[in-house]
Design a protein around this ligand. Structure first.
Ligand code: PLP
Length: 360
């Protein structure tokens, strides 16, 4: 492990030693007391993080499984995908691949979705589902979640699905208060677990909606998850080591305190923004819509991004990311999500300081 670089890319992120150790807990069967206790033990903590009284389903698939599942469980008429970057754009493609009628609101990468755009599109009528990426990880844009939800609620019978893959636990996403229908996230981003598990929170209304879709499949069926949840279990064999790891991180989060956790992410993010400004770089995301968990840096100084990243890795064994999809090379991304502190984030920025003069 020690020869691999420490990850400062926005997912997967660095995993704590304690989390790996928790994964080495003894093997247990999933249809018995031991697993039921493990399953039940993570619920209150996850509900506290999500600010919900609803169960938190443990889905053995990465976030795309949960995203595809949302479409298959909910879209009967037509889904509106709100697209503002690689992940949210791809959701539209996934909707079509699920055989659904789909339409989109598309903004330029680097811009945020606005309530006005959503309202205008929904006014055309015919939609029964909307998907939104809260924090678009490819561009570093944090969308105005509460305002968008309010705009959608002006229309009847629309299921609101929110991808919080790279924001969950780092900024508040209060499920009950927001009044969304599905909140989902993967675990390898702000939760700082190894990849392979996702979380799904599903409203009563979404549970009722899914029962009307006979072709919703089995693996992501909300109704199966709910039925099994009542027995502290999952529909199919879960990734048990991941759930041990999840328990370890949930306990860590609660001992840290959520307010402190939000403040820590805000502080490490601000520190990174300071580095960006100091060198004359710009933020790719506009003011007011900037992610708290990563910084997407605009390569306005036109440095050799792959060379820079390679040099940081070679000299300091730290890894940042060279931009995603069509903005590769035009941007680079620095994560501060998960376990980073002011001290560890500063170590990264010092390493970047050390290497950057060779590239300016
Ligand atoms: C990483 C990410 C995903 C995809 O997650 P997978 O683990 O690759 O399935 C989806 N949405 C957002 C916002 C992400 O950051």
């Amino acid at each position: 492990m020690s020869t691999k670089p420490k990850l400062f890319s926005p997912g997967p992120v660095d995993v704590a030693k304690e989390t790996y150790e928790a994964m080495c807990s003894p093997a247990i069967g999933h249809r018995g007391k031991d697993f039921e206790e493990l399953y039940a033990s993570v619920q209150p903590g996850l509900q506290e993080v999500a600010k919900t009284t609803r169960p938190v389903f443990l889905n053995t698939a990465s976030a795309w499984g949960a995203m595809e599942g949302a479409i298959r469980n909910l879209t009967q008429k037509k889904v509106l995908n709100l697209c503002c970057g690689a992940f949210s754009d791809k959701w539209y493609d996934v909707s079509l691949r699920c055989g659904k009628e789909a339409d989109k609101v598309q903004v330029e990468w680097g811009e945020a979705i606005t309530p006005e755009l959503v309202r205008e599109k929904l006014s055309e009528g015919g939609f029964d589902t909307v998907t939104l990426a809260h924090n678009e990880t490819s561009t570093g844009v944090l969308n105005p979640l509460a305002d968008i939800v309010k705009a959608i609620r002006e229309f009847d019978d629309i299921m609101i699905v929110v991808d919080t893959v790279s924001s969950f636990s780092a900024v508040p996403t209060p499920f009950d208060e927001l009044g969304v229908d599905v909140l989902l996230c993967g675990v390898q981003k702000a939760l700082a677990l190894p990849p392979g598990l996702s979380l799904m929170i599903v409203s009563e209304a979404a549970l009722e909606r899914c029962k009307k879709l006979p072709d919703r499949g089995y693996y992501f069926d909300y109704n199966e998850f709910e039925k099994n949840h009542l027995k502290n279990n999952t529909p199919s064999t879960p990734a048990i080591p991941q759930i041990y790891a999840l328990r370890e991180r949930v306990d860590f989060m609660l001992s840290e305190g959520l307010e402190k956790r939000y403040a820590r992410h805000a502080a490490t993010n601000a520190l990174t923004h300071g580095w960006v400004a100091k060198h004359g770089f710009e933020n790719f995301a506009p003011k007011g819509y900037q992610s708290k968990t990563l910084t997407c840096v605009k390569n306005n100084l036109e440095i050799d991004v792959p060379g820079f990243i390679k040099a940081v890795r070679a000299k300091h064994n730290l890894l940042i990311n060279g931009g995603y999809g069509k903005i590769k090379g035009l941007t680079f991304r620095i994560s501060n999500m998960g376990n980073e502190t002011l001290e560890t984030q500063q170590e990264l920025l010092d390493a970047l300081d050390d290497v950057i003069p060779d590239f300016l």
